[in-house]
Design a protein. Structure first.
Length: 189
C-alpha cells in the first residue's frame, strides 16, 4: 500500500470521530461512533481468556471496521434504521471498500462477508459486543438522556445475540440488573 492510499483510508475513517451516536457518555456528552468502535474493540480484547478457541484478533478487526459505513451516512439508531437506510449504507461502504488497495479490499471484504453471515463464533461475538456496548453505555449515561423506548430496549435488546454463549448470557444478565437498578433508582428520585 502506498503512503497516499494509507492516508486516504485514514482520512475517511477520521469521519467517525465527528459522527455522533444516539448514546451519551456518563457525563452526558454525545458519543462518537469512533468511541463506540474503540470500546467494543477493547471489550473483545478483554475476552481473549474467556474465548480461547476464537480468533480474537479477527474479532477486534471486525469491531474496528464494523461501523465504517457510517462515515458516509451518519449513525441511525437501530430502532429508526430502515431497510432503505441499510441498503444505502451498504452500497456506499461497498463502493468505498472496492476502491481500496487490493489486499485491503480483500481483507475488508472477507471480514464484512463473515460479519454479515453471522455464522462463525467470531462474527457472533462481534455482534453481541456491538449490541451489549450500547446497553452498557446507556446504563452509564444519565437516565434523563434515555428515549422513552429505551426503557424497554434495556430489558429486551441483545438477548438473541448472546444466546450462543453462557458467558455472554451471564454478562447480559448483569447488564440487565444494572438497567433495572438504574430505572428503580430514577423512580425513587
Amino acid at each position: 500500500m502506498k503512503a497516499r492510499e494509507y492516508l486516504d483510508i485514514l482520512h475517511v475513517a477520521e469521519r467517525l470521530k465527528d459522527t455522533t451516536r444516539h448514546c451519551t457518555t456518563s457525563k452526558g456528552r454525545v458519543e462518537s461512533v469512533a468511541e463506540h468502535s474503540w470500546r467494543i474493540s477493547l471489550m473483545a480484547m478483554l475476552l481473549r481468556e474467556e474465548f480461547p478457541e476464537l480468533d480474537i484478533d479477527k474479532v477486534i478487526c471486525m469491531c474496528i471496521i464494523h461501523d465504517l459505513g457510517e462515515c458516509f451516512t451518519g449513525d441511525i439508531p437501530v430502532f429508526n434504521k430502515t431497510d432503505k437506510d441499510r441498503e444505502v449504507e451498504d452500497k456506499l461502504l461497498s463502493d468505498w471498500v472496492n476502491s481500496l488497495p487490493e489486499e485491503t479490499k480483500k481483507s475488508f471484504s472477507a471480514l464484512y462477508a463473515e460479519m454479515d453471515a453471522l455464522e462463525t463464533k467470531e462474527a457472533k461475538l462481534y455482534k453481541a459486543l456491538d449490541k451489549l456496548e450500547a446497553l452498557i453505555q446507556h446504563n452509564e449515561a444519565p437516565i434523563s438522556t434515555w428515549a422513552e423506548n429505551e426503557y424497554e430496549l434495556q430489558k429486551t435488546y441483545a438477548h438473541d445475540a448472546v444466546a450462543f454463549s453462557e458467558w455472554l448470557k451471564e454478562l447480559r444478565a448483569e447488564v440487565l440488573k444494572d438497567s433495572l437498578d438504574k430505572i428503580a433508582a430514577a423512580k425513587e428520585n
